[in-house]
Structure formats: structure tokens, C-alpha cells
Ligand binder design. Structure first.
Ligand SMILES: *[C@@H]1O[C@H](CO)[C@@H](O)[C@H](O)[C@H]1NC(C)=O
Ligand SMILES: *[C@@H]1O[C@H](CO)[C@@H](O)[C@H](O)[C@H]1NC(C)=O
Ligand SMILES: *[C@@H]1O[C@H](CO)[C@@H](O)[C@H](O)[C@H]1NC(C)=O
Ligand SMILES: *[C@@H]1O[C@H](CO)[C@@H](O)[C@H](O)[C@H]1NC(C)=O
Ligand SMILES: *[C@@H]1O[C@H](CO)[C@@H](O)[C@H](O)[C@H]1NC(C)=O
Ligand SMILES: [Zn+2]
Length: 288
């Protein structure tokens, strides 16, 4: 008796809302609103219209080398995990996941949230030694490339040539690593999480050995690792050009052997930058 009643009630309850729902859905068929999950994805780094054809060609090629560097470094970690000597040199015993992700976002991350421009909108390129800068407070998703970049940055096919060593060379010797640094400053890639923690190449090594956990999201350490891996695995297999650090090599100092005789390393550049920003020797500005 109760059973029968229950079935009847249940059937009635189901019948009404179902027909109402069907009717409501009909004017807007499911497929009409269907978009690919990644609709709007941007797969190459945007370069502003202020860049002329030569500037654009070099920035685009430089960004490709950034991707190449990051891709190889990631593959090195995917192959060897945290057991590789090179990994342990820079990241000690830390697990490999953060390094893999920090490199992969350069290669496969959405590229729509950044912009490289050439029109010197903040007027910083006039300052001696400035090869580019993050726009910080003025446009946090934008980086300016100054003319000095085209005169000084090298291509990866010169890796280990011209006196370059990983230990003594600045991380901004190459387009690939310089633009990696610039990408990490933009929130869409670095999230304010990949930042500067070390001051020198020696810091990178000592932090790796004493268990400091910032190396796996340190912009310079990731660049050093990528350069060292590229040199040792790809450019001169099994040899590389690690070199030995003379004391206190700053990651972004201008290399002594490069063709940049006019570059000043005057500390006075610091005073011309906004107070919430710090300026590296070559004029890269970091605003926090
Ligand atoms: C692009 O601009 C740079 C800097 O102003 C200039 O030196 C170069 O000649 C320009 N290239 C072209 C193709 O106009
Ligand atoms: C950069 O790489 C992309 C994808 O591989 C390629 O289509 C493009 O021609 C490259 N650009 C330059 C300037 O090398
Ligand atoms: C690799 O990382 C794991 C996870 O943190 C850790 O337990 C292990 O000791 C590390 N291995 C080496 C060789 O550093
Ligand atoms: C932001 O713009 C102001 C005014 O143009 C300029 O003085 C300042 O240096 C700019 N900041 C950066 C980080 O370029
Ligand atoms: C590791 O060494 C650096 C540089 O000497 C120091 O600043 C840092 O506090 C040390 N970290 C740990 C965990 O010992
Ligand atoms: Zn920086």
C-alpha cells in the first residue's frame, strides 16, 4: 500500500520538472554556446607595433631562443630529475617539480599577458647602459627593449665562444637568457613569485648547498641552470663552458669580454630609477 503510493508520487514529481527543463533548454541548444576550452589562447609572445621590422625580427628570434633554452633545461630535469650533477649544483636536493614548472611556463604558458615594445615610452632608454627595462608601475605587463640590446646581446650559436663562461659571464649575455629574465618579471609569467633572491653566481651555488629553498624560483638561478645545461648538453656536449667564478660575479653585470665598451656600470643609475625600483648594473629595472 505505502509502496504503491510512493511510486506514484515519485513518478509525478519527476514528470513535471523534466518537461519544464526540456522546454527551457530548447531555445539555446547546448552546441551553440560551445567554445573550445582554450579559446583565446595566445601561443606566441606579442611584440608591439612600435617595433620596426629589424627590431621585431631580433626580439622574435631572441624569444625563440628563450624558449629553446627553457625547453632544453626542462628536458634535462625531466630526464634526470634531481639526481643530475647540474641540477644539484643549482638546486641542491630540492624536488624537481618547481624547476620543471618554472621553465615550462616560458615554453608552454599562455603568452597573451605580456608585451615587448620598442618606443621607449618611459624615456629610460636614453640613460647610458640601459638595454631595456620592465615598465613596473607604469605598465606591469610590458617590457621595453632599448637599442643597446641589438648591439650587445648574443645568439645561442655563439655559446662558449668569445670568452663566455657560465660562471663569469653575465646572464644577460644572450638574448635567450636576457629575455627569460624579462619574462619572469611580468606577472603573467613570473607571478611575482619567480624573483631575485641571489646576488651573485657564488650565492646560487652556496644557496643550493645549504638548503635554501628559493633557488627553484630564482630568476637568475633558473637562467644560470638553463645556460649551463645548454652549454654542456647541446653546444659542447660533455664539455660545456662552466668556468670558474672570480669573486662576486653579479648575474647581470656586463661581461668583460663583450663588445660593449661604452656600457657604463655607474651606480648613479640607481638614483634615477623610481624609489620602489632597483636597477641592475646594465639598466634592468626591477620594481617590486
Ligand atoms: C628600426 O629602428 C632602429 C632604431 O631606431 C633603427 O636603427 C633601424 O634602422 C630601424 N629599422 C628599420 C628597418 O627601419
Ligand atoms: C620562432 O619560432 C616559431 C615557432 O617555431 C617560428 O614559427 C618562427 O618563425 C620563429 N621566429 C623566428 C624569428 O625565428
Ligand atoms: C629529490 O627530491 C626528493 C623530494 O624532495 C628528496 O626526497 C630526495 O632526497 C631528492 N634527491 C636528491 C638526490 O637530492
Ligand atoms: C614610469 O613613468 C614615469 C613618468 O614617465 C617615469 O619617470 C618612470 O621612470 C617610469 N617608471 C619606470 C619603471 O620606467
Ligand atoms: C645559506 O647561505 C646564505 C649565504 O651565506 C645565507 O644568506 C642563508 O641564510 C643560508 N641559508 C640557510 C638555510 O642556511
Ligand atoms: Zn630582474
Amino acid at each position: 500500500m505505502y509502496k504503491v503510493l510512493l511510486i506514484v508520487v515519485a513518478a509525478t514529481a519527476l514528470a513535471v520538472p523534466t518537461s519544464v527543463q526540456l522546454e527551457a533548454r530548447q531555445p539555446a541548444p547546448f552546441q551553440q554556446n560551445m567554445e573550445a576550452w582554450d579559446s583565446g589562447a595566445v601561443s606566441s609572445y606579442p611584440i608591439h607595433s612600435s617595433c620596426n621590422s629589424t627590431q621585431r625580427a631580433q626580439i622574435a628570434a631572441g624569444l625563440n631562443e628563450t624558449i629553446l633554452l627553457a625547453q632544453h633545461a626542462k628536458e634535462h630535469v625531466l630526464r634526470w630529475g634531481n639526481t643530475s650533477d647540474l641540477y644539484q649544483k643549482y638546486f641542491g636536493q630540492l624536488p624537481p617539480y618547481e624547476v620543471i614548472g618554472s621553465l615550462d611556463i616560458i615554453v608552454n604558458g599562455d603568452k597573451g599577458g605580456v608585451l615587448f615594445r620598442c618606443d621607449n615610452p618611459d624615456g629610460n632608454c636614453q640613460q647610458e647602459g640601459w638595454a631595456g627595462h620592465w615598465r613596473g608601475e607604469n605598465a606591469t605587463d610590458e617590457t621595453v627593449i632599448c637599442d643597446l640590446s641589438y648591439e650587445t646581446r648574443r645568439w645561442l650559436n655563439s655559446m662558449c665562444g668569445l670568452g663566455y663562461t657560465v660562471a663569469e659571464g653575465a646572464t644577460n649575455t644572450f638574448w635567450g637568457s636576457d629575455l627569460m629574465h624579462r619574462l619572469y618579471h611580468m606577472p603573467a609569467i613570473g607571478y611575482g613569485y619567480i624573483e631575485h633572491y641571489i646576488e651573485t653566481y657564488e650565492d646560487a651555488l652556496s644557496f643550493a648547498q645549504n638548503g635554501t629553498t628559493t633557488n627553484t624560483h630564482d630568476s637568475d638561478v633558473l637562467q644560470y641552470f638553463a645556460l649551463d645545461a645548454y652549454a654542456y648538453d647541446i653546444a659542447l656536449p660533455g664539455v660545456g663552458c662552466t668556468g670558474e667564478a672570480s669573486s662576486s660575479v653579479s648575474p647581470e653585470a656586463v661581461t668583460t669580454s663583450s663588445a660593449t665598451p661604452s656600457v657604463s656600470q655607474s651606480p648613479s643609475q640607481t638614483s634615477s630609477a623610481p624609489t620602489e625600483c632597483h636597477t641592475h648594473d646594465d639598466g634592468t629595472v626591477h620594481c617590486s
